[in-house]
Design a protein around this ligand. Structure first.
Ligand code: NDP
Length: 310
């Protein structure tokens, strides 16, 4: 009798790639259905994206947001203002957008490069019901209280990505490196909520944190939002952790036509050897951020429809 051939049981190693591009596409497909429903009821979701100045990275972000609006059938209101724009001029525009019933979301791209413009003042002027970036203090306060609100798109995208891949944060120790107002702090707030997408135990680290590696090594889920290329290395993570890399850093690369390439805050190769799952850069958190912006805009349009029907 012939001996049965031995099966090749060699495990294929390597972490699961948390593909933000793929999940972002899924979310956009879901949104398209909702957008059609809204249109049938006479509401076309509208997003105003305001760019002041000519920061190259901002231009790319703004163009991606507008293209995604077009792709989904969201009406895009584009305002590209020169560096010479004054605070008063920008205030006038925001007030007009607040009053325009066809605009359901308003986003002013940061950094605002105009003449001595107070960014906080501008954000606070946006009608909270149209603040689809989730940066208005009212939305941040409502998030802290566990109330319905617009959640900042990057933190919302991170949680959505984890959950759609089955890595629910509940009961896990999530370590976030970075405490910015747009990523670290709102993400921590979201994750500690008593809710189906929260219930995590959260540690937030920053430049004054002592023994950073000891803390990052204790993470079940590690989020790097630092802004330092490839800062988190393999020796800083524990075997089997889930790693989310928020960082987008340009590093010189003469082999590329552009002269640079994008890397995250995580040293992918060394961390991937130990992680159970990891987000790539690009293609991880970035596309999720845009998808969540579209989701917030549709949510705002739905709320508008409800208020009109009352
Ligand atoms: P900020 O510069 O506002 O914050 C960086 C944070 O990292 C700060 O809290 C800082 O601490 C901390 N930090 C910096 N160096 C160290 C260090 N050596 N050790 C420990 N902590 C450190 O950055 P953002 O939150 O705005 O962005 C972070 C990264 O994410 C950037 O690369 C950015 O481009 C990217 N990003 C990506 C988005 C996406 O959609 N993919 C969206 C938003 C941001 P301290 O407070 O003490 O200074």
């Amino acid at each position: 009798m012939k001996k049965a051939k031995r099966k090749n049981t060699k495990a294929t190693h390597g972490p699961k790639i948390l593909d933000g591009k793929k999940i972002g596409e899924e979310i956009k497909a879901e949104l398209k259905v909702k957008i059609e429903e809204l249109k049938e009821k006479g509401v076309v979701p509208g997003l105003a994206v305001v760019l002041v100045g000519d920061n190259p990275a901002s231009k790319v972000y703004v163009s991606n947001k507008r293209k995604t609006c077009e792709e989904l059938g969201i009406r895009s209101f584009a305002y590209d203002l020169p560096k010479t724009t004054t605070e008063d001029e920008l205030i006038t525009l925001i007030k007009e957008l607040n009053a325009n019933p066809e605009v359901h979301g308003i986003l002013v791209q940061s950094p605002i490069e105009g003449r001595d413009i107070d960014e906080d003042k501008i954000i606070e002027l946006i009608e909270p019901n149209k603040d689809v970036d989730g940066f208005h203090p009212i939305n941040k306060g409502r998030l802290l209280n566990g109330q319905d609100c617009f959640v900042a798109c990057t933190p919302a995208g991170i949680v959505e990505l984890l959950i759609r891949y089955g890595y629910r944060p509940e009961g896990k120790h999530v370590v976030i490196v970075g405490r910015s107002n747009i990523v670290g702090k709102p993400l921590a707030t979201l994750l500690v909520q008593k809710s189906e997408w929260g219930n995590a135990t959260v540690t937030v680290c920053h430049t004054r944190t002592r023994n950073l590696s000891t803390i990052t090594k204790s993470a079940d889920i590690l989020v790097a939002a630092i802004g330092q290329p490839e800062f988190i290395t393999g020796r800083m993570v524990k075997e089997g952790c889930v790693v989310v890399d928020v960082g987008v850093n340009r590093v010189e690369d003469p082999s590329r036509k552009s002269g640079y390439r994008l890397v995250g805050d995580v040293h992918f190769d060394s961390v991937a050897k130990k992680a159970r799952a990891i987000t790539p850069v690009p293609g991880g958190v970035g596309p999720m951020t845009i998808a969540m912006l579209m989701k917030n805009t549709v949510k705002s349009a739905e709320k508008y429809l409800l208020s009109r029907e009352k």
